[in-house]
Design a protein. Structure first.
Length: 47
């Protein structure tokens, strides 16, 4: 599953979900690299 995390004030990374951490952060993988950050909330559609 592809997920997006923020790793800084202005940087977000989109990659394959690896795991959730106990402190609420998430790990995603891009190629061989793993990035840790806070998950981005999903957009809510309105009719």
């Amino acid at each position: 599953m592809v997920r997006t995390v923020t790793v800084g004030n202005y940087i977000s990374v989109q990659g394959l979900w690896v795991r959730n951490l106990a402190d609420g952060r998430m790990v995603v993988r891009v190629g061989q690299e793993e990035f840790v950050g806070h998950p981005v909330a999903k957009a809510v559609r309105t009719a």
